[in-house]
Design a protein around this ligand. Sequence first.
Ligand code: ADP
Ligand code: MG
Length: 387
Amino acid sequence: MKIHEYQAREILQDFDVPIPAGKVAETPSQAREVAEQLGGTVWAVKAQVHAGGRGKGGVKLARNLEQVEELAKTMIGMRLVAKQTGSDGALVSKVLIQQGVNIVSEYYVGFLIDRANQSPVLLASSEGGMEIEKVAADFPEKIVKEYIDSSVGLTKEQAKDVVVKLNMDEKVREKAEKVLLGLWKAFKEKDCSLLEINPLIVTKEGEVFPLDAKMTFDDNALYRHPELEVLIDPSQEDETELKAHEAGLPYIQLDGNIACLVNGAGLAMATMDTIKLFGGEPANFLDIGGGASVEKVTAAFEIMLSKPEVKVILVNIFGGIMKCDTIAEGIVEACKVVSLTVPLVVRMKGTHEDLGKQILKESGLPIITAETLGEAALKAVSLAKEQ
Ligand code: ADP
Ligand code: MG
């Protein structure tokens, strides 16, 4: 789950990380009021979207209050196309008005999970403000990588070491170390999968500030953060994934055309692998779970069929705790609610398998059945190619 920069700033403040003054606004006149309250002579007007690289059009400096209002007017309501938004862009409904700061130097700081090393890692670079992927590709030596033992956390020594490697001015090193430790604390306690500060700046006045903040949380840990779940901004989310989330379905949108409805994440992965093995492409990952109700199956079908790219639906169920007849009833009910516009391949094994198959057969629905996963995947792949 992603949040906006203005929301991430509030979280960072709770962890005593200093940030430049600023406040979010929803209308141009509010933006002006905020700027007036902040005082000063320069303000940054920043479109709030779940994407970085807003540079072109999404982050602008204003030198008087009229300009603040004007910029807010152009940004609010527009769809901002940035590096990570796709060509449709993302809707801007709020802008952050931030005090203009005197930047002396910009750094990159990112905390993330290194899956290969099975630990959190702190990445830092003196090349802040730039796209970090580009820095990593062109100047890998300019990236400092500090692995963090999650049972110990980022130590003061590590923070110190990183700041030295970044070649920061001695006068601000202590402040920068504190910022790094605060950022780590926020990353850990909020179960982040990413906390990226680009840029972390040193100002002329000798302050160290995160000027931008991107925070992403591990969805699997959201259950222990009710305070975070309310920060979801539906306008920034993939509509289908949002619907699935509301229905309580773990769902990930993919690029292929074979929609999959499977119970259990492991079986779902195996199903996707098998589809690929036969030259097909899965349209999604969807784990209907162990206790799927008719409502859940219906929601899953609605979600899968809402995607015009989907050419075939493949249902692969292992009846363990979940009984095959329950799923079969779910499928039949779902097909009454949503009109089945693509071929449906079903493979079910396990508890009440015979009953499940009988229900499907007696429904009169044009369901293609298969005995094995291989057979089911092969049928789905060839049907997808025929469509
Ligand atoms: P994005 O990463 O989406 O492009 P940033 O918030 O990182 O947006 O801003 C881009 C650049 O704009 C920064 O690297 C910085 O140079 C400048 N900038 C952003 N906010 C301010 C500010 N408050 N005062 C002065 N310059 C700013
Ligand atoms: Mg940035």
